[in-house]
Design a protein around this ligand. Structure first.
Ligand code: ADP
Ligand code: ASP
Ligand code: MG
Length: 401
């Protein structure tokens, strides 16, 4: 069997944890399996590197950010290879350049284009455990790129697909995918299985236990994933195409605290205005989520919507630059908000799910500011201060047994 095993930052945070991971991988290797290990940077390394960069230049060139951020993963893989050597097992560490793992050119948010499996296969054939840097790639200019926060999961899935692996295991600091973040909702339950579609929604809507692009890619190449703990042997959660369990009405609750709300006020109430606004944003790759349009004063309209906080500044500037053409009187931005979502494939065929969610929020006195729905999710925008109580109330309404 060829197994890809990915370990996150907390799983390799110090010497003991590194040896723990080394031993778990060696155990698999000694059973006669081929083992490819993908690692994140140790502990809070990536956050620390971001802080260091901000001390020097708050608006640093993204190319240089990637040169810096990619160093974290290189530290982990080399130390892991040293640990395995110490334990008497042949291992080799490789960075994205050495594999190579080609990506698009977009610094800090690159996507995989092509992965060359030859070097890894050759090293495996020589009986080595191969340890690869997560989160990074190389673009057509031979520059280092990174995949966006949490991107190591995507490296693991991409390698599993490229190498046609028999299993792809994501090891982290919780025992699987839960019905809500177990650190916020202590009575959240571990799921045995979850479908790609539901997991993709959960990950996109804030459940950062998996990078959303890793789920997208797993679905595309039909790579079943297992999410489990690096510290216990507990069975994890399987992420795959269709689950045996009958579609749950609601399978999970997610919160995204990185949302910003933008309100544009006093637009002309005539056809084409909304098109012009959102076309402009789309052309600049600004992802808009929850949208609300309302009637303003004197035959005008107001539109508010959410974007990712990282894109808020750029979005406001863009609107300001086009204020006259778009007939905007006023632009406001607010970051003290959060998106709370419920996800479930069973929602499509069930009336009353939204009402039940809103009732849960009403019960705890949480005000809903905006609402968006799709076939398998309902999202509300709430105040950041309300997140904890709202998440627990909504979770318990649907998922507490
Ligand atoms: P790693 O460093 O291993 O990649 P992450 O911090 O990226 O770990 O992801 C694991 C964390 O995701 C958990 O510690 C947990 O707090 C958070 N999380 C959010 N939502 C969920 C969920 N639904 N199920 C499990 N964990 C979740
Ligand atoms: N080290 C990177 C991050 O912290 C990638 C990852 O952990 O997946 O975002
Ligand atoms: Mg992660």
């Amino acid at each position: 069997m060829l197994i890809v095993k990915k370990f996150g930052g907390s799983s390799v945070a110090n010497k003991e944890r590194i040896f723990n991971v080394a031993e778990r991988c060696i155990e698999e290797y000694k059973k006669g399996n081929k083992v490819v290990v993908v690692l994140s940077a140790m502990g809070d390394t990536t956050d620390d590197l971001l802080a260091k960069a901000a001390e020097i230049n708050e608006d640093a060139p993204k190319r240089e950010m990637d040169m810096l951020l990619a160093t974290g993963e290189q530290v982990s893989v080399s130390l892991m290879a040293m640990a395995m050597a110490k334990l008497g097992v042949p291992a080799v560490s490789l960075n994205a350049f050495q594999v190579p793992m080609h990506t698009s050119s977009k610094y800090m948010n690159a996507r995989f284009k092509k992965i060359d499996g030859e070097r890894i296969t050759a090293e495996l054939e020589q009986g080595k455990i191969v340890i690869v840097t997560g989160f990074q790639g190389v673009n057509k200019y031979d520059d280092v790129t990174t995949l966006g926060r949490g991107g190591s999961d995507t490296t693991a899935v991409a390698l599993a697909a490229a190498l046609n692996a028999d299993a792809c295991e994501i090891y982290t600091d919780v025992e699987g995918v839960y019905t809500a973040d177990p650190r916020v909702v202590p009575n959240a339950r571990k799921m045995k299985e979850v479908s790609y579609d539901e997991m993709l929604e959960l990950a996109t809507l804030g459940a950062k236990v998996l990078h959303n692009r890793s789920v997208e890619m797993a679905k595309k190449y039909n790579v079943p994933l297992v999410v489990r703990s690096s510290l216990t042997k507990a069975e994890g959660t399987v992420v795959k195409e269709v689950t045996k369990v009958e579609s749950m009405l609601v399978s999970g609750v997610a919160v995204d605290k990185d949302a910003a709300r933008i309100a544009i006020v006093g637009l002309k109430n005539q056809p084409g205005i909304a098109f012009k606004v959102f076309d402009l944003l789309a052309k600049h790759n600004i992802n808009v989520d929850v949208i609300l349009q309302s009637i303003g004063r004197d035959d005008t309209k107001d539109i508010s919507f959410t974007v990712d906080q990282t894109q808020a500044k750029e979005c406001v500037q863009l609107l300001k630059d086009n204020q006259e053409r778009l007939t905007i009187q006023n632009i406001k931005e607010e970051e003290n908000v959060a998106k709370l979502s419920i996800v479930g494939a069973g929602m499509q065929s069930n009336a009353g799910v939204a009402a039940k969610m809103f009732e849960a929020l009403y019960d705890v006195g949480v005000n809903i500011r905006m609402i968006a729905t799709s076939e398998i999710r309902i999202t509300v925008l709430i105040d950041l201060d309300d997140v904890k109580v709202a998440m627990k109330a909504v979770h318990d309404k649907f998922l507490d047994e």
